[in-house]
Ligand binder design. Structure first.
Ligand code: TEU
Length: 558
């Protein structure tokens, strides 16, 4: 008969960005001690898995996504001994712990790269992508091997003066790309992964894993992520399968593997997550978080709900029979959900819980990003000096200082879309620095912490945390929520998000008014006598088919 569904089909993952979560030692940077102090909070929320953004030793140019030692913990966060305690305490509460795996690139301070750059003949030379300057007639100026651009502005190539060659970095110049064509590189990565699994970790979130196979043709001006030339290279499936056999085989049933894949298509995602192919459990796709981009990511467009519904439902359909979705609207690279797609003023609670309802009622594994369960908002950044993120700072430099654009509109774009919106400290209470640290936080706390914080939220009648807690419990309890078939309703409606989920012996109806005005929804009429499973408004005196601003309801019909 058919295999039992994998455990992660009814699981919810919580993402921790350690430097901004909780600071245990007062140095202003979150750490493992801070995480340990909040494990009961996370267990109360009911999440099944914690995913930690990178905690390995790193020069921190990209907040740990530039790793200089895969085998240790950065002293900024703690030690291996402390990590083992965190892991044991997480397991003791019935939760799993997933590590971030950043192996498309290392830090330029990783010993592999230090060796590689040492000479043309170093045994590790071929572990990275070194190329000679492109020959340009009648010019002494070296020219990059091809026109690829870094995701963090500027060319994706940096010249190393001592050997006269360029190295490739799809992200910052401090993040040289590993050469996965070299089998020694892959063997070293797999051995490292096995050591972490042997230590007891429960899987990996794999950073930009669809960039590890690439073809170095000359492509002028391709953007670094999003597909041109260097994502989804020809050997990607081969590498993912090889990794599966070398690392996960035999223990994969207990693990969670999720590949971050900017630019992946539904058809490709289905191949990566088809269990029969033995590659990955699920992938993070980007289609729905790229819909509101104009000229570039810092030129935001208003939410097009029809397009968002169409996109997410295409993914639901495409992975309905084979493969699996991951579900997210927030992470450490995205602005805050409630500010981006909701209303972070008058209807903050309602719009935060509406989007939670919509996302958590889809089929797939939901990811909650720290602070999302509190309805945390974007940050009123007033000056470029307030940003810490390398992407934002480099973008501003290129736009304003090199291209001569007006600083005002550039800042406005950053204020809306910068990754730093997600990276200010978690707001725990209304004491100094939101209870995040007793020291000076590495990035200022959002000034709204006085009212928006965990303590206030959990004490409130209308608690975002409590709402997420119930949605997570619902997924655990309901096979229909986890596995039921998805059907989008009213696809062309500009402000109504409506769909059904069909289980073996029941049907769920989700209706959500994605607007600040009341909305009459005739299709609700046939459901008014059914069980109201979820609502983000106090139960109305008389059932009605008009939804209040940002109202979301889930009905159940047996
Ligand atoms: O992100 C890769 C990615 O595709 C983007 O979301 C990226 O962060 C950027 O915003 C593109 O405009 C991953 C990590 O999640 C991110 O934090 C790292 O900075 C990046 O890879 C490099 O490791």
């Amino acid at each position: 008969g058919p295999m039992a569904p994998a455990w992660w089909t009814s699981a919810v993952v919580y993402q921790i960005y350690p430097r901004s979560f909780a600071d245990g030692n007062g140095d202003g940077v979150g750490d493992l001690a801070g995480i340990r102090s909040k494990l009961d909070y996370l267990a109360d929320l009911g999440v099944d898995v914690l995913w930690l953004s990178p905690i390995y030793p790193s020069p921190q140019h990209d907040n740990g996504y530039d790793i200089s030692d895969y085998e240790d913990i950065d002293p900024l966060f703690g030690s291996l001994a402390e990590f083992d305690e965190l892991l044991a305490e997480t397991h003791a509460r019935g939760m799993r712990l997933v590590m971030d795996l950043v192996v498309n690139h290392t830090s330029d301070e990783h010993p592999w790269f230090v060796e590689s750059r040492a000479s043309l003949t170093n045994p590790k030379r071929d572990w990275y992508w070194w190329r000679s300057p492109r020959a340009v007639a009648a010019s002494d100026v070296p020219v990059e091997p091809n026109g690829w651009r870094s995701a963090f502005s500027g060319p994706a190539w940096t010249l190393d003066e001592s050997t006269g060659q360029y190295y490739l970095h799809l992200f910052a110049s401090q993040q040289p790309d590993l050469n996965w064509e070299n089998p020694q590189v892959r063997a070293a990565v797999y051995a490292m992964m096995n050591r972490w699994l042997d230590r007891g970790v429960d899987g990996f979130r794999m950073d930009v894993i669809n960039l590890v196979s690439k073809q170095l043709e000359d492509i002028d001006g391709g953007s670094a992520v999003g597909g041109l030339g260097f994502s989804m290279g020809p050997r990607l499936h081969e590498f993912m399968h090889e990794m599966h056999e070398a690392v996960f085989a035999g223990r994969d049933a207990q693990l969670l593997t999720v590949g971050e894949m900017p630019g992946v298509s539904v058809a490709e995602a289905r191949l990566f997550t088809d269990p029969a192919r033995r590659e990955l459990d699920m992938v993070f796709q980007f289609e729905h978080v790229w819909l509101d981009q104009g000229a570039d990511k810092f030129d935001p467009l208003p939410l097009d709900l029809v397009a968002l519904k169409a996109s997410l439902s295409r993914w639901q359909d495409g992975l309905a029979d084979v493969g699996w979705n991951s579900l997210y609207l927030n992470n450490h690279d995205q602005p805050r959900l409630v500010s981006r797609f909701g209303d972070d003023g008058q209807f903050r609670y309602e719009s935060a819980t509406l989007w939670a309802t919509v996302l958590h009622l889809h089929r797939g594994t939901p990811y909650v990003y720290q602070g999302e369960e509190l309805g945390m908002t974007n940050v009123p950044f007033a000056d470029i000096a307030e940003f810490r993120d390398i992407e934002s700072i480099n973008y501003y430099r290129e736009a304003v200082l090199e291209q001569g654009r007006e600083p005002g509109p550039v800042l406005a774009g950053l204020r809306k879309m910068s990754r730093d919106n997600a990276r200010t400290p978690v707001q725990w209470d209304s004491t100094a620095h939101a209870g995040f640290t007793t020291g000076q936080p590495w990035i200022p706390v959002n000034p709204n912490y006085v009212t928006v914080n965990a303590e206030a939220d959990r004490a409130a009648e209308r608690s975002v945390f409590e709402f997420y807690r119930r949605l997570i419990a619902l997924r655990h309890a309901s096979a229909t929520v986890a596995l039921g078939r998805f059907q989008l309703l009213e696809p062309e409606h500009p402000t109504l998000y409506a769909f059904t989920r069909d289980g073996d012996d029941e049907q769920l109806l989700v209706v959500a008014n994605v607007s600040g005005s009341p909305l009459s929804v005739p299709l609700v009429e046939g459901w008014l006598d059914e069980e109201l499973l979820v609502t983000n408004y106090p139960v109305a005196g008389a059932p009605a088919s008009t939804l209040a601003p940002w109202e979301a309801r889930v009905y159940r019909r047996a």
